[in-house]
Design a protein around this ligand. Structure first.
Ligand code: ADP
Ligand code: ASP
Ligand code: MG
Length: 420
C-alpha cells in the first residue's frame, strides 16, 4: 500500500473544529488509497503554557521532567485525532513516542533520533488500520525517559517517519500556504515559492524562518524525502504549497531567494583580551561548557601583530547568542575570569539586536550581493553591528527596532516580490 505522512502543526489542531478539519484531509488521502501516518503537534499555545508551568515550578528544572511535561501536549492531540478518525469510520489509533518506539539520544529538549523501528506500526497496518496518529516532537531515550526534539520538532518527526517508512511524500500542513520569500507576517509583499532547494531552506530555517525546523530539512535532504509545505485551511486540490527539492529541480534563477530574521539575539563583547594563541579557545570553551549556542563571532584586528617575541598585543572579541542565554553566557565568562582562565577589561552586553539574513544558491556564481545588501540597509539608515557570510547567505546583526524595515528593504532590493 502506498503511504503518506501528513503533519499538522499547532494552529491546524488548535481546537476540536480544526482537528475535524485536519481529519477530513486525512480521509481524502485514505480514500485515494493511501495508508497514512499522521504526525500531530500540541494545540497552539499549549507547549508554551507547559514550558511556563515548568519554569514557574522549578527555574533550574531537571531536564528529564521538563520533557515529561512538555511532551504531553502532543499526546492529547494524538488521542483526539484518532478518536475523530474513528468517528468517521476510519480505522485509526494513536501512538506516543515510547509505543512506536521512537528511540532518541538522551539530550533532553534537544534529542536526536537513533532509530524508528517499523514493526509495531506495520503490524497494525497489516491488521487493517488505515491511519497511525503519532505524537510529534517526542521520543524515548535509552534510559527509558521521555525526550523532546527541540521547539518545532514535530516537523522533524514527520520527515523521520517519511524516511523510515519510505513514504511517497511528507506533507507539512500549517497556517500559511507554503514557503514564502520572507515571513508573510512581516512583509505583505512576500511571494509564495513553488519550489525551494534543500540547501536554501536549510539556511532559511537555521537563520530563523520557523516554517520548518532546521533538522527536518537536514533529514529530508539526507534521505531524499519529498517534502511539501501547504495550508491546512485551504482546499487540498487548489493547494499545492511549496515543494522542497534538489537544486537541479529548480527553474527559477534568482541570486537571492529569501530573507530570514531572528528576533531574539544578543551581542556580547569582551574588551581588551590578550591577542595570543589559546585565548579564543578558552573563551568559547567556557561558553560551550555552559551550553551557550554561540552564533556569529568577530575578533578585531590588533594594532600589533601577534609575535611571540613581543607579547602584550590586545584585541576585542564579539559574539552573538540567543537572548535567553545571555545570563548563562555572562556567568560562564565571569566565572572563567574569576578562575583566571580568561582575562578581559570589560564585558558589554547588548540585548536589543536581531539578525537579518539573505539566502540564495545564486550567490555562489554572483558577486556584489553583500554590497547591494549593505547599500539597501544604509539607505534606510540601519547600522550594521556584525556581519557573517557563507557560500549562500549573508547575515547582519542590527538593532531590533529596525528588523521589519530591514526585511522589507532587502526584499525590495533583491526584487523578490516578482517571479524570476
Ligand atoms: P506550525 O505550528 O504549523 O508548525 P509554525 O508557526 O511553526 O507553524 O510555522 C509557520 C509560520 O512560519 C508561519 O505562520 C510564518 O509566520 C512563519 N514563517 C517564517 N518565515 C516564513 C517563510 N519564509 N515562509 C512561510 N512562513 C514563514
Ligand atoms: N509543540 C512543539 C512546539 O510548539 C513542537 C511542534 O509543534 O513542532 O515547539
Ligand atoms: Mg512549527
Amino acid at each position: 500500500m502506498p503511504l503518506l505522512v501528513m503533519k499538522f502543526g499547532g494552529t491546524s489542531v488548535a481546537d476540536l473544529g480544526r482537528i475535524a478539519n485536519a481529519a477530513e484531509k486525512v480521509r481524502r488521502e485514505v480514500e485515494r488509497g493511501y495508508d497514512v501516518i499522521v504526525i500531530v503537534s500540541a494545540m497552539s499555545g499549549k507547549t508554551n503554557e507547559l514550558v511556563g508551568w515548568v519554569e514557574t515550578t522549578s527555574p533550574l528544572y531537571d531536564a528529564r521532567e521538563y520533557d515529561a511535561v512538555v511532551a504531553s501536549g502532543e499526546n492529547v492531540t494524538a488521542g483526539l485525532m484518532a478518536l475523530r478518525l474513528q468517528e468517521m469510520d476510519i480505522p485509526a489509533r494513536s501512538w506516543q513516542g515510547w509505543q512506536v518506539p521512537i528511540n532518541t539520544t538522551s539530550a533532553h529538549s534537544a534529542a536526536r533520533f537513533v532509530s524508528i523501528p517499523r514493526g509495531n506500526i506495520d503490524a497494525k497496518f497489516a491488521e487493517g488500520f488505515k491511519v497511525a496518529v503519532v505524537a510529534g516532537f517526542q521520543g524515548v531515550s535509552e534510559e527509558g525517559r521521555i525526550t523532546t526534539l527541540g521547539r518545532g520538532g514535530s516537523d522533524t518527526t514527520a520527515v523521520a517517519f517519511a524516511a523510515a517508512f519510505g513514504a511517497e511524500r511528507c506533507d507539512i500542513y500549517t497556517d500559511v500556504d507554503g514557503i514564502y520569500t520572507t515571513d508573510p507576517r512581516i512583509s505583505g509583499k512576500a511571494r509564495k515559492l513553488d519550489r525551494i532547494a534543500f540547501e536554501e531552506m536549510l539556511e532559511l530555517a537555521s537563520l530563523g524562518a520557523k516554517v520548518l525546523q532546521t533538522r527536518s530539512v537536514e533529514l529530508a535532504m539526507r534521505y531524499n524525502v519529498r517534502l511539501r509545505v501547504l495550508s491546512s485551511f485551504e482546499d487540498t486540490d487548489n493547494n499545492s504549497g511549496t515543494l522542497v527539492c534538489a537544486e537541479e529541480d529548480i527553474v527559477e534563477s534568482k541570486v537571492v531567494s529569501g530573507v530570514a530574521y531572528s528576533r531574539d539575539e544578543a551581542k556580547i563583547t569582551l574588551f581588551t583580551i590578550e591577542d595570543r594563541p589559546g585565548v579564543a579557545s578558552s573563551i568559547f570553551g567556557a561558553l560551550s561548557e555552559a551550553g551557550v549556542n554561540v552564533d556569529m563571532i568577530v575578533q578585531n584586528i590588533s594594532e600589533k601583530n601577534y609575535d611571540a617575541a613581543h607579547p602584550g598585543a590586545v584585541t576585542d572579541m564579539t559574539f552573538s547568542c540567543p537572548v535567553n542565554q545571555v545570563a548563562r553566557a555572562q556567568k560562564a565568562l565571569e566565572d572563567a575570569q574569576a578562575a583566571g582562565a580568561i582575562a578581559y577589561d570589560e564585558l558589554i552586553i547588548d540585548t536589543d539586536v536581531c539578525k537579518v539574513s539573505v539566502v540564495g544558491i545564486g550567490m555562489r556564481s554572483h558577486t556584489g550581493v553583500a554590497a547591494r545588501m549593505f547599500k539597501a540597509l544604509s539607505a534606510e539608515n540601519v547600522n550594521i553591528k556584525v556581519i557573517a557570510t557563507s557560500e549562500i547567505k549573508i547575515s547582519v546583526l542590527i538593532d531590533r527596532k529596525y528588523m521589519e524595515l530591514a526585511v522589507q528593504a532587502l526584499h525590495d532590493t533583491f526584487g523578490l516580490e516578482s517571479a524570476s
